[in-house]
Write a protein that binds this ligand. Structure first.
Ligand code: PHB
Length: 422
């Protein structure tokens, strides 16, 4: 299968089922352990269940976050290939559904995976709006959900659930640390901009709270249409008129391409520095943004050039599989899959032993490309490092160079540090 075949396969439902069953895992083949043996701790009991372990994968394959969904999928694929595509002695079977961006439609897809396909767990989920909409279904039904992106704060706070784990971040993380850093290093008068939905508002709130505590002043908050910004001109005019020291923004995927390009096209990049949370200029959009992203500073729990053995090995595997640089979404997919493998190994494939499975998920630690991976037992949310990065050109490519490392943090677990932004 060529890479072109691979990308088109991404659009097909259940593509991974075929890939995993057919063993033709392009590029990642070298990662399979030599005899296909499961990893340590999985010696099978006499009555071992060797039927396929069905995992529902709910990520976007349409709309502005489609590339994020593909990246998460590819990251997961690498992690599963590393353990011979089995966990707890059972072959892994992935059943994919398109998350889109509409919470009610995504909830229907999740129900279908659980009730019709009878998956053991659902993994993925990019959008906070979707994650919030799924919460009661999984919590009340005592079904396992492993989030690989969606940062909705409530899931680490008042809506946290013993059945929901997050391998990614909460929307508070990185933004809070960046507020303090920006006040000291970028400017004191900021304009904030994000799409008008849960993640946009929560990220700007976290930034605003620490920025103001550090003596910063927010001159205006701009909330733009979600998922598509539409014509960016009126928003660029608002930014020009606000005459702030800098703009702090969250956009991601195709929305980031639209916003950052418009920012540059309108001549704002030369007059008002743009900063943000790292998704704004992640590796998934840098090839399209190119020089429009130069010098943008952003905070995130990962950066492409991180010099640790796991990041190097993951980057090599990802390039082999996709011919592209990895991005933070691929890393999160990789870590979500590793979390799942740890949990399923702990029950030797018998996922009906839910108490043991949940405990193992909560206790899992491993070396991640982002640094050491560990969940906060109070929130089931990772304690993440925080890297300040700056976009620089390296040859013909653009990358996020780390310029500062801020305090590692978990989500605070309540709203006490978060005054809503709008
Ligand atoms: C979210 O909706 O939680 C979200 C979406 C895209 C990102 C980050 C967070 O890049």
């Amino acid at each position: 299968m060529t890479n072109d075949d691979y990308s088109s396969a991404l659009t097909r439902r259940r593509f991974l089922r075929a890939v995993l069953a057919g063993s033709a895992l392009v590029g990642a083949g070298a990662l399979l352990n030599s005899c296909g043996a499961p990893s340590a701790g999985t010696s099978a009991p006499a009555t071992a269940n060797t039927t396929p372990l069905k995992i529902g994968l709910l990520v976007p394959s349409s709309d502005i976050y489609a590339v994020l969904g593909a990246s998460i999928t590819q990251g997961m694929q690498i992690a599963f290939a590393q353990v011979g595509n089995e966990a707890g002695g059972r072959p892994i079977e992935i059943i994919s559904e398109d998350e889109g961006t509409k919470p009610d439609l995504a909830l229907q897809k999740a129900r279908k995976l659980v009730e019709q396909d009878q998956v053991a767990l659902v993994a993925g989920v990019v959008s906070s709006g979707v994650a919030n909409a799924l919460r009661d279904y999984f919590h009340d039904g005592q079904k396992l959900l492993v989030l690989a992106n969606a940062g909705a704060n409530a899931l680490a706070r008042k809506a946290k659930s013993p059945y929901i784990f997050r391998a990614s971040f909460s929307n508070w993380q990185s933004n809070w640390q960046m507020g303090t850093w920006a006040a000291a290093n970028i400017g004191k008068r900021a304009m904030l901009s994000a799409p008008d939905y849960a993640a946009g508002k929560e990220m700007l709130s976290a930034f605003r709270n620490s920025f103001e505590a550090a003596g910063g002043e927010v001159v205006q908050v701009q909330l733009t249409p979600f998922p598509n910004i539409g014509d960016p001109a009126p928003f660029m005019a608002q930014i020009r008129d606000a005459a702030a020291d800098f703009v702090y923004a969250f956009y991601s995927g195709a929305a980031s391409v639209a916003f950052v390009k418009a920012y540059s096209d309108f001549g704002l990049a030369q007059t008002v520095p743009l900063a943000g949370v790292g998704f704004l200029v992640e590796q998934d959009v840098l090839p399209q943004l190119a020089s429009a992203a130069l010098n943008i500073r952003s905070a995130l729990h990962w950066a492409a050039p991180l010099d640790n053995p796991e990041n190097k090995a993951f980057t090599t595997a990802y390039q082999k599989l996709t011919n592209q640089q990895p991005n933070v979404f691929a890393v999160q997919g990789y870590d979500a899959a590793r979390l799942i493998i740890e949990g399923v190994n702990a029950v030797q494939g018998d996922v009906s032993q839910q108490d043991i499975l949940l405990k193992a998920l909560g206790a899992a630690t491993f070396a991640s490309p982002r640094g050491p991976f560990k969940l906060d037992p109070n929130t089931n949310n990772p304690i993440n490092p925080c890297y300040v990065r700056e976009v620089r050109q390296a040859g013909s490519a653009y990358t996020n160079v780390v310029i500062a490392m801020l305090e590692a943090a978990g989500d605070p677990g309540d709203d006490s540090k978060d005054t809503p932004v709008a």
